[in-house]
Design a protein around this ligand. Structure first.
Ligand code: HEM
Length: 499
């Protein structure tokens, strides 16, 4: 989807005039009345045999946006033999995401499993998912994460130093590349504090890209060649995965051999190794650890990086919001790097991130598989159907968002959040699979926004084309070219603890 001025999108405005009142105003917490019959959901236009494969591969969000506008909140698509239901209303999405007995995770043929194995994100076995989720929940609690703030701040200091070294004032930079670099560094430091330098080559953004694009293509195209065929793409993917697995198992083996660190866990890996099932007292196997580590990397860096990229793009288009953010930072931040306490005094920055996540939800489509025949929105949905909860459409739904294409961080001012329908905004998902890394992401994003806004102003280069492109995340297809202008020179960053 091409992104024009975010205030005036090329697509038809979706909010009917005066639909939901002022920014942040929410419709009452009542679902829309379902249709009164149990027939199949309306089907989107598509080609014979292929159905919607071509459209989905070209631009899944655009295809689903058109389907939504033409056919409504629940639309049936066909990807060759595979039936897919697109869900675009908060009410139906809430039903899907909270009922894991009817709407399960995708099964063993989920191509993401080729990378993530059966970590939390891709496991379809409720029992083992529940066991691991219980073990991991405390590791990602707000309280535990404050111990990781230091690693996040070190990576931020390094990023500032890198930008100062690599980009003279006024230079053009691909801001998306920079955000990927720093969020990958953060998750590496938090996961492997002492082994972080070993992970850098194998976990390069390029390697991650090869793996993720491979899996996503397979997700959208049931006619992909089998993984065992020796095509160049299959071979490249296997090479990346072999490198990744070798490194992961190597680190796990060494850590196990070294035993628990004196003085308590230093990083997420120490915590994962120490986690025990409350009923059996058992820890995770090497395979489970490998799957959860790779899942954390995959789910936990690009999602934050793309949202930061969109946030800086939006700020460059909305000077009045940028000025307010700069005022907040200049007023509250005395040092180059904020502390946790400083962040608490800068709520507007967090609102900017929340609003960027509304307009550009970084995991825009949450997939499920029906485990039995069911009825959704009055329509029959057969067992075995893929259900795609479309957060991009939901965050623009006219029953809940007046003027949804307007970038307005005040949508997330405390007073405006109150009373909003709970499923009208859910960038981190909802129900039992709610993102486990939500607080991690919010903390690192808040920190990076504060440090970068204090130091730089980024201006979008007008000739650079901005097109959003959904793979597993919602990326800017051609990166994000911006010029970098120094506002305040930082004191030399402190020496870093790792890498
Ligand atoms: C802006 C950043 C992020 C966004 C928008 C995001 C979004 C999401 C969403 C929508 C889900 C639900 C998936 C589903 O229901 O199938 C999810 C799950 C998950 N996320 Fe995140 N995420 C972000 C950051 C992170 C981070 C930083 C981590 C780890 C450090 C993480 C780890 C996970 C994991 C492990 C799951 C699976 C949870 C489960 O099924 O039990 N995410 N995320």
């Amino acid at each position: 989807m091409a992104v024009g001025n975010p205030s005036t999108p090329p697509t038809a405005p979706m909010a009917s005039p005066g639909a939901a009142g002022s920014p942040g105003a929410a419709a009452p917490d009542t679902p829309a009345a379902p249709a009164a019959h149990g027939g199949p959901a309306p089907e989107a236009e598509g080609l014979p045999v292929l159905g919607n494969i071509v459209d989905f591969r070209k631009d899944i969000l655009d295809a689903m946006h058109r389907g939504w506008q033409a056919r409504g909140d629940l639309v049936r698509y066909r990807l060759g033999p595979v039936v897919v239901h697109g869900v675009s209303s908060p009410e139906l999405a809430g039903e899907v995401l909270t009922d894991s007995g009817t709407y399960g995770k995708l099964g063993p043929d989920n191509p993401l499993r080729l990378i993530l194995g059966e970590g939390l994100l891709t496991s379809d076995d409720h029992e083992s998912w529940m066991r691991n989720r219980r073990m991991m929940q405390p590791i990602y609690s707000k309280q535990a994460l404050s111990g990781m703030f230091r690693a996040m701040a070190d990576a931020t200091a390094d990023q500032l130093a890198h930008m100062e070294r690599s980009h003279p004032p006024g230079a053009e930079v691909d801001l998306h590349g920079e955000m990927m670099r720093v969020t990958l560094d953060i998750v590496s430091r938090c996961m492997f504090s002492t082994d972080v330098s070993r992970t850098r080559d194998k976990l390069s953004p390029e390697a991650v890209d090869v793996a993720v694009n491979y899996a996503f293509d397979r997700l959208q195209n049931p006619f992909s060649p089998p993984t065992g065929w020796p095509t160049p793409r299959n071979r490249r993917f296997q090479q990346v995965m072999d490198g990744l697995d070798g490194m992961m198992y190597g680190i796990i083996e060494e850590r196990r051999a070294a035993g628990p660190p004196e003085g308590g866990a230093n990083d997420l890996l120490d915590m994962l190794l120490a986690a025990r099932d409350a009923d059996t007292g058992e820890g995770m196997s090497d395979r489970e650890l490998r799957d959860e580590i790779i899942t954390t990397f995959a789910a936990g860096h690009e999602t934050t990086a793309v949202t930061l990229t969109w946030a800086f793009y939006l700020l460059s288009r909305h000077r009045e919001v940028l000025r307010r953010a700069q005022e907040e930072v200049d007023r509250e931040l005395s040092d180059a790097l904020p502390t946790v306490e400083d962040l608490a005094r800068m709520p507007y920055l967090l609102q900017i991130f929340e609003e960027a996540l509304r307009m550009y939800p970084s995991a825009p489509i949450v997939p499920r598989l029906t485990l039995k025949d069911t009825v959704l929105g009055g329509h029959h949905v057969p067992e075995g159907s893929r259900v795609l909860v479309n957060l991009f459409n939901i965050h623009r739904h006219e029953r809940h968002w007046a003027d949804p294409e307007r970038f307005d961080p005040d949508h997330f001012a405390a007073a405006n959040k109150k009373g909003r329908y709970r499923f009208a905004y859910m960038p981190f998902g909802a129900g039992p699979h709610l993102c486990i890394g939500k607080h991690f992401a919010l903390m690192e994003a808040h920190l990076l926004l504060a440090a970068l806004i204090r130091r730089y102003e980024f201006r979008h280069v007008p000739s650079h084309r901005v097109v959003n492109h959904a793979t597993i995340t919602l990326r800017p297809k051609y990166g994000m070219t911006m010029t970098l202008h120094e506002r305040r020179r930082a004191p030399r960053p402190a020496a870093t603890t790792a890498g």
